[in-house]
Structure formats: structure tokens, C-alpha cells
Design a protein around this ligand. Structure first.
Ligand code: MN
Length: 158
């Protein structure tokens, strides 16, 4: 099963980096407000550079002066299943990214169930939306879940 991770990243601005293992890379989006469990929320997701698979378990401090300088916490990790279909056939993740439409089923510690990542027309930004399934909820997950799945630390304890 391919993996997903979400880093909570306190650099100039606090944001969440949503990363999907695709091939040998972690395809990544920066989500200023973080993921939501509410299907009514559309969370802005800005594509950022791919990371190496070895970065998946990273937690720590990026030194001042370096790209992304600040604290990085492993907020969630798990596996995902690609559920994006066209005419009843699964579309590869590479093609889904190219087409600007990803549909996945997450199995993490904090996030579970269906999510869609959809690229906005004529723009480089995407939107992350929770699908309406039994994992959907109005719970404010970024507020209630503030600890690392790796160390149990909060971002300020890193
Ligand atoms: Mn980041």
C-alpha cells in the first residue's frame, strides 16, 4: 500500500504539508488551514516540491536559512488507496495528478475515509475536500489533535 503523511510545519506561517507516496517520491501540497473532516470545507492546497520517500518519517527542526526553516511535526501517517475511476477503471496516480483530480481512501491515525484533491481550473492551486462517508464529521480535527503520531509532542515541544 502506498503511504501518506501530513507534516505540521511551523515556518514563517503555520501550515500542514500533505504528502502522498507516488512512485519513489512524496508528492506534496501545502495546506494553510490543514485538512478537515467536514465535506463542506474546501481547503486550499498549494503544490510544493516533491520530497524523497525518506522524508516521510522526518520530525525535527529545519535550520534557519534553509528552505522551510522552522519546526516540523509528524501530524499523521498511514496508507492510502487510489479510488479514482474513469469508466469504471482505476486511473493511475500519475495520471490523476496530471488530470488534476485525485480520489483516495486514507487509513491513518487521525484521517480516515475518502478525500478528493481537485485542481482549480486555470490555476495552480488545488482543493482538498473530505468525501461524505461515515468518517465525515464536524469535529475540528486540527484543533483537537495537536500531537505527533511519532513522538506525541506538540509542535512547540519539538
Ligand atoms: Mn511546509
Amino acid at each position: 500500500m502506498p503511504i501518506f503523511v501530513i507534516h505540521k510545519h511551523k515556518s514563517r506561517n503555520l501550515h500542514y504539508d500533505f504528502r502522498l507516496g507516488v512512485g519513489r517520491k512524496l508528492k506534496s501540497w501545502a495546506i494553510p488551514k490543514g485538512p478537515s473532516l467536514n465535506p463542506k470545507d474546501k481547503r486550499l492546497a498549494i503544490p510544493v516540491e516533491d520530497h524523497a520517500m525518506s522524508y516521510a518519517n522526518f520530525e525535527g527542526i529545519i535550520s534557519p536559512g534553509k528552505y522551510g526553516a522552522g519546526k516540523v511535526m509528524l501530524w499523521d501517517k498511514g496508507t492510502y488507496k487510489n479510488t479514482n475511476k474513469i469508466d469504471g477503471k482505476i486511473v493511475s496516480m500519475q495520471k490523476s495528478i496530471k488530470n488534476g483530480k485525485i480520489e483516495i481512501l486514507l487509513k491513518g491515525h487521525k484521517l480516515n475515509g475518502g478525500y478528493a484533491l481537485v485542481k482549480m481550473q486555470n490555476r495552480k492551486e488545488w482543493l482538498l475536500v473530505k468525501m461524505n462517508d461515515k468518517e465525515a464529521s464536524r469535529k475540528n480535527i486540527t484543533r483537537t489533535e495537536t500531537r505527533s503520531v511519532l513522538s506525541n509532542k506538540t509542535i512547540n515541544q519539538i
